[in-house]
Design a protein around this ligand. Structure first.
Ligand SMILES: [Zn+2]
Length: 72
């Protein structure tokens, strides 16, 4: 999955947003017509909304789990 800085004048794909897309989300092996195009504002909103659901895995916790498993 790549993020491309969009230079073409295409519209943001988010709901009723009429802004010009600033980024394109480009999965591997997908043609440009299937990219998800998103403007700066929506990208920021999506990012913060996703952040509430996706918690980055903490290496410390993973290590603690591995140690615990080792002791069993
Ligand atoms: Zn938008």
């Amino acid at each position: 999955m790549k993020i491309i800085i969009q230079t073409n004048k295409i519209r943001c794909d988010v709901g009723k947003c009429k802004n010009q897309a600033r980024y394109s989300v480009a999965p591997e092996g997908v043609s440009p017509s299937q990219y998800i195009n998103i403007c700066e504002d929506c990208a920021t909103e999506v990012y913060s909304a996703l952040g509430k659901h996706l918690v980055p895995k903490s290496p410390k916790n993973m290590l603690a789990k591995a140690v615990k498993r080792g002791n069993e």
